[in-house]
Design a protein around this ligand. Structure first.
Ligand SMILES: NC(=O)c1ccc[n+]([C@@H]2O[C@H](COP(=O)([O-])OP(=O)(O)OC[C@H]3O[C@@H](n4cnc5c(N)ncnc54)[C@H](O)[C@@H]3O)[C@@H](O)[C@H]2O)c1
Length: 359
C-alpha cells in the first residue's frame, strides 16, 4: 500500500476551502485514505446548486461554515488537527483585480489567521499552503515565449491574486519556520475536472468553458488564435499530489510545482472538445491584457519528492469532463448561456477547420 494512504489513516485533517473544486476532491481522496476530514469554508465560492454538484452537503457535521478570518473558530479547528491544508482563497485572478478588498480579506488576512493558529498549535504535523503557478507571471523569458517554470526561478506576480500567493508562501516559510512547524508549499498549474463550473468574469477555466459553449451551440472563442499554452492538471491528480506532499518525509520545507510537465495549446483544447461535439465552431478573439503565452511545470522536484506522476492525460480528462457535463447539463450557469452576444461582438471571423484537424 502507498505510504501516504497508511500515513493518513485515522489522522485528523483540516481542509480550508474544502467546499471548492480542489477542496472537494481533496475531501474524497482523504476519505479514501480513511482520514477524518474537517472542512472550513464560508461557502462564498459558489451558489447552492453548484455546491450540490461538488458534493457539498451543508448538513454534514464535518463541514464548518465559517470564515478563515474568524480567529477563535480557526484556533479551535487547527488545535483538533494533525494536518492542515490551506486551500481557501478568493480564487480567481480577475475577481481579485475587480474586488481587492475581498482578495485582501481572504487571501492575506485569512491566510495570516490560519498561519498564526498553526504556528501556536502543538499537534499539527504538517501544514500545506496551496499557492499557484501564477507566482511565476510571464517567467524569465518574457511573455511571448513558452516557458518551463522551475521552483527556483524568481517571483514575478502580475496581479493581486499572484502577489497574495507569493506573500502567502513567504509568510508560511517565515512564521512556520520560526515556530518550527513542518510545512510544504505547493504550486498547482491549471486545474480542471468534473465539477468545475466557470465563474462569471473569469477567463482561466478554459476546458469547462469550451465544453459548456459546445454543449449550448456557442462558438469556442480562441483568444489570440488559441496559441497560449497551459499545463492542465486533473483535479483528482492534484488531490493525490497534495496528500502525498502532506506525508512524504522528503517534502518537508519544500516548494513544489504540481503539473504534468506538458504544454497544451488552447487551440488543442478546443479540438479535443470538438472531438465530442463535431458541429462545434471556433472564433478568433482578442488576447486578454496581461495574459501570458504560458508554459508548463518543471516536474523534476515533484516526481522525485512525491515519487509520483499525474495519471490523467488531458485527452482523458476532457472526455471525462464532457461525459460529466452531459449527465448534468444544468451545471451550465445562466450567465454563460447569455454570452452569445458578447462573443459575436468580437470582430474575429469563424476559424475554418483545417484538413489536418479533421483527420
Ligand atoms: N483551480 C485552479 O486552477 C488553481 C490553480 C492553482 C492554485 N489554485 C488554488 O487552489 C485553491 C483551491 O482552488 P479551487 O479551484 O478549489 O477554488 P474554489 O474557488 O473552487 O475554492 C475555494 C474555496 O475557498 C472558500 N473561501 C474563499 N474565501 C474564504 C474565506 N474567507 N473563508 C472561508 N472559505 C473561503 C470558497 O467558498 C471556496 O469554496 C485556492 O487557494 C486557489 O487559489 C487553484
Amino acid at each position: 500500500m502507498d505510504h501516504w494512504l497508511t500515513a493518513l489513516k485515522g489522522s485528523r485533517v483540516l481542509v480550508t476551502g474544502g467546499a471548492g473544486l480542489i477542496g472537494s476532491a481533496l475531501r474524497r481522496t482523504l476519505e479514501t485514505a480513511a482520514a477524518s476530514v474537517t472542512v472550513l469554508d464560508n461557502l462564498s465560492g459558489y451558489d447552492r446548486a453548484t455546491l450540490a454538484l461538488l458534493g457539498v452537503d451543508d448538513h454534514d457535521p464535518s463541514l464548518k461554515v465559517g470564515d478563515i478570518c474568524d480567529e477563535d473558530l480557526v484556533r479551535v479547528l487547527v488545535d483538533e488537527s494533525d494536518y492542515v491544508i490551506h486551500a481557501a482563497a478568493y480564487s480567481t485572478v480577475a475577481g481579485c483585480t475587480r474586488d481587492p478588498a475581498t482578495a485582501f480579506h481572504s487571501n492575506i488576512a485569512g491566510t495570516e489567521t490560519v498561519l498564526r493558529a498553526v504556528a501556536r498549535s502543538r499537534h499539527v504535523r504538517r501544514f500545506a499552503f496551496i499557492s499557484s503557478a501564477q507566482v511565476y507571471g510571464h517567467g524569465t523569458a518574457g511573455s511571448d515565449a513558452v516557458q518551463v517554470f522551475s521552483e527556483d526561478q524568481p517571483y514575478s506576480p502580475l496581479n493581486l491574486y499572484a502577489a497574495a500567493k507569493a506573500w502567502g508562501e513567504w509568510q508560511t516559510r517565515f512564521l512556520l519556520g520560526s515556530a518550527q512547524v513542518d510545512h510544504v508549499v505547493l504550486r498547482p498549474f491549471s486545474v480542471y475536472g468534473e465539477g468545475q463550473i466557470p465563474k462569471p468574469g473569469a477567463y482561466s477555466w478554459v476546458i469547462a468553458q469550451f465544453a459548456m459553449y459546445a454543449t449550448i451551440g456557442q462558438r469556442l472563442p480562441l483568444n489570440n488564435g488559441g496559441r497560449q499554452v497551459r499545463d492542465f492538471l486533473h483535479v483528482e491528480d492534484v488531490a493525490t499530489a497534495i496528500c502525498r506532499a502532506l506525508t512524504a518525509d522528503t517534502a518537508s520545507g519544500k516548494t513544489i510545482n504540481l503539473g504534468t510537465g506538458r504544454v497544451t495549446p488552447v487551440r488543442r483544447v478546443a479540438e479535443l472538445v470538438r472531438a465530442h461535439f463535431p458541429d462545434a465552431q471556433f472564433q478568433d478573439a482578442p488576447r486578454p491584457a496581461q495574459d501570458p503565452l504560458g508554459g508548463c511545470a518543471d516536474i523534476a522536484c515533484m516526481t522525485e519528492v512525491l515519487g509520483w506522476e499525474p495519471q490523467i492525460t488531458v485527452e482523458n480528462g476532457i472526455a471525462r469532463y464532457v461525459e460529466w457535463l452531459r449527465a448534468v447539463p444544468a451545471a451550465i450557469p445562466d450567465w454563460l448561456r447569455s454570452e452569445r452576444d458578447r462573443i459575436a461582438s468580437w470582430n474575429g471571423a469563424p476559424v475554418p477547420r483545417s484538413a489536418a484537424e479533421d483527420r
